[in-house]
Design a protein around this ligand. Structure first.
Ligand code: PLP
Length: 450
């Protein structure tokens, strides 16, 4: 059991010793962090006894919901049996073999191989090294450049932050590293005002073609994108976008990579987001929903082309002490099995996802400053705008979104502001009643806000 302390004590010790990620530590320490003590289903409780509805599944990761005792039991048993061994140097263990076998079953046909990491960022960095290694093996070592997108998010490591298109991250630390370039995000609402979404999808894909031609197809290793940009504001591309991207990548012999760290493991109603958008990547990166956040683990899924190249090529000099960690692997396996066997992913497609999408639009479309109300499965957003008729955004992008998010938080609802996009991605096990509670709280806050 954790030591019992008062909220003030937790806060004081946190401020004294803990540097928080993505936080302005000075102002956080002045306010004091909210202390989350326990969780169950879609709810969190803080140290003052408030019950909070978690509309973000943590950081888009607790797909199966909080408080699953069966996963805790799996972790305990695995820890007692084999707490650690590595998968370097010609060894393996049952937990990682069983997980890999299950992942090959739930992945689309052809994805027979996975490489394990501990996080989404590590999956992305692994993918970058893998792609470059693949082209070396193929005798095209000049194919090194990766194309990412502005406002894409691919993690916080130097590779992931470079490939991501968050300028506030690039500004700290002289990023991107060489060999990484970016194209505009496929945000129809802002960039496609005079076009249908379908026309805009083709145009946005052609920006990738333009970039390939600018760099030189013989130098471009891969194009990388999230099927739906998550942290960039739940940017859902028009239906024409991904098929056109796929055509372009094939035409110029550029590898196509989907970053499924958010979209993977049921978030869109399919196991993986690329299935929802009808394209086949060469590689896709995952983490988060793989273990529903119960333990850190990520996986890079490798399709036949790259797998054959890597296997024929010999050593891939890359890996982590905890690649395929037995306890994380055992918990991930139990989590993925539950997502499948309890029909959780199927329900996102057939029942709870469509319900959320219908109600999300009904509730939020009525507000004067809310527009582009959108979503798929259990990932959704709307944008706070100054003028719906002209699609004018507020000046000082992000200011109003942050205010709105803080009001939700005060009312015990967690939704996130990505700039002025307000986004939600609750646990996939959320019930219809819980959706109604989430929507009613958010609507009440918005009325106060408008
Ligand atoms: N890729 C995507 C699409 C993500 O959304 C994230 C995290 O939000 C990452 C990579 C990085 O994952 P992690 O924070 O586990 O390193």
């Amino acid at each position: 059991m954790m030591t019992q302390r008062s909220t003030e004590q937790w806060r004081a010790l946190d401020a004294a010793h803990h540097l928080h990620p993505f936080s302005d530590t000075k102002s956080l320490n002045e306010q004091g962090a909210r202390v989350i003590t326990h969780a169950d289903g879609v709810y969190l409780w803080d140290s003052e006894g408030n019950k909070i509805i978690d509309g973000m599944a943590g950081l888009w990761c607790v797909n199966i919901g909080y408080g699953r005792k069966d996963l805790a039991e799996v972790a305990k048993n695995q820890m007692e049996e084999l707490a650690y061994y590595n998968t370097f140097f010609k060894t393996t263990h049952p937990a990682v073999v069983e997980l890999s076998t299950l992942l090959a079953e739930v992945a689309p046909e052809g994805f027979e191989h996975v490489f394990y990491t501990n996080s989404g960022s590590e999956s992305v960095d692994t993918m970058i090294r893998m792609v470059r290694c693949y082209w070396d093996i193929k005798g095209q070592p000049q194919k090194k450049t990766l194309i990412g997108r502005w406002n894409g998010y691919h993690g916080s490591t130097i590779g992931g932050a470079s490939l991501g298109g968050m300028s506030y991250m690039h500004e700290q630390g002289d990023l991107p590293i060489p060999g990484i370039v970016h194209v505009e995000q496929p945000w129809w609402y802002k960039h496609g005002k005079d076009m249908t979404p379908e026309e805009f999808g083709i145009q946005a894909a052609r920006w990738v073609e333009d970039k390939i031609l600018e760099v030189g197809p013989d130098k471009v290793a891969a194009f990388v994108g999230e099927p739906i940009q998550g942290a960039g504001g739940v940017i859902i591309p028009p239906s024409t976008y991904w098929p056109e991207i796929e055509r372009i990548c094939r035409k110029y012999d550029v590898l196509l990579v989907a970053d499924e760290v958010i979209c993977g493991f049921g978030r869109t109603g399919e196991w993986f987001g690329h299935e929802r958008f009808g394209f086949t990547p060469d590689i896709f990166t995952t983490a988060k929903g793989l273990s529903s956040g119960y333990l850190p683990i990520g996986a890079v899924f490798v399709g036949p082309r790259v797998a054959e190249g890597l296997i024929a090529g010999g050593d891939f000099n890359h890996g982590f002490t905890y690649s395929g960690h037995p306890v994380a692997a055992a918990v991930a396996r139990a989590n993925v099995a539950a997502l499948r066997d309890e029909g959780i992913v199927a329900a996102v497609k057939e029942d709870i996802g469509p319900y959320m999408q219908k109600r999300w639009r009904e509730v939020f479309s009525q507000f004067e400053h809310v527009d582009d109300v959108r979503g798929i499965g259990l990932i959704q957003a709307f944008t706070l705008v100054k003028n719906k008729a002209t699609r004018e955004l507020f000046p000082n992008w992000g200011e109003i979104g942050t205010l709105c998010r803080d009001i939700f938080f005060k009312h015990n609802l967690i939704m996130r502001a990505c700039g002025d996009h307000i986004v939600a991605a609750p646990p996939l096990v959320i019930s219809k009643d819980e959706i109604e509670q989430l929507l009613a709280t958010a609507a009440e806050c918005l009325r106060e806000f408008e």
